[in-house]
Design a protein around this ligand. Structure first.
Ligand SMILES: [Zn+2]
Ligand SMILES: [Zn+2]
Length: 69
């Protein structure tokens, strides 16, 4: 086994690495965009509280203004 490969990616990105729609881990923002185009066509934003999906952030924040029960 060659253990010399671990130093090539020492830079740290602010990007948290997770798709906001399915929490799948990706290597870059670009990878997430590509992933969302393929896996989540017409990507919808998911409410993290109740799991409902919305077409855009405005709808989600409107939804978030209401109490979850
Ligand atoms: Zn995803
Ligand atoms: Zn909700």
């Amino acid at each position: 086994m060659d253990a010399g490969n671990n130093d090539t990616h020492t830079h740290v990105l602010d990007f948290n690495g997770f798709c906001n729609l399915c929490d799948k881990h990706m290597r870059s923002t670009k990878a997430v965009v590509g992933h969302q185009n393929i896996v989540h066509q017409g990507a919808k934003i998911k409410c993290t509280v109740c799991g409902r999906r919305f077409d855009n952030k405005a709808e989600l924040s409107d939804h978030m203004d209401r109490p979850h029960r």
